[in-house]
Design a protein around this ligand. Structure first.
Ligand code: CMP
Length: 136
């Protein structure tokens, strides 16, 4: 059965800073993702806190929000059959040192904080996260 989905992807400051935007977009396209919407922005720390609210009790929350707002990011809506799971596979494990060959985080991630990309973890959160950045 056809299950075309959309998911939110963020190219994080460490990757934008190293000019990896085009390489990472190409990895998505090579796996059959269509980039439906995209914009390069820099967000306020308060916006990062709102975006990552699900992590607010975690010890890394403050650093995470400071980091996501520390420089330009590229936010994208990706579309494909089963896009949420497919994006998580292509990103690889949260910690780049655990990520498999061929994944974005294995190739470009520096550390668990500077892990180059974010992707929605469920179809429900994908809708919430897409709406967070693309309201219209
Ligand atoms: P991301 O997929 O953007 O979701 C939350 C982020 O928190 C995660 O990627 C990591 O970059 C960051 N993070 C920092 N420390 C941890 C940790 N111990 N466990 C999970 N995520 C962490």
């Amino acid at each position: 059965m056809n299950n075309t989905e959309q998911t939110l992807s963020i190219i994080k400051p460490d990757a934008v800073e190293r000019n990896l935007e085009n390489e990472i977009k190409q990895m998505f396209k090579d796996k059959g993702f269509q980039i439906i919407r995209e914009k390069k922005i820099q967000i306020e720390k308060s916006e990062a806190e709102s975006f990552y609210k699900v992590h607010e009790t975690k010890p890394f929350y403050n650093d995470l929000c400071a980091y996501l707002s520390s420089g330009p990011i590229v936010v994208m809506v990706l579309e494909k059959e089963n896009a949420v799971v497919g994006n998580r596979e292509l990103m690889g494990a949260t910690n780049p040192k655990d990520a498999l060959d061929g994944t974005i985080r294995k190739k470009y991630g520096i550390s668990i904080d500077k892990n180059s990309v974010h992707g929605s973890d469920s179809p429900e959160n994908a809708k919430i996260e897409i709406n967070f950045f693309f309201k219209d």
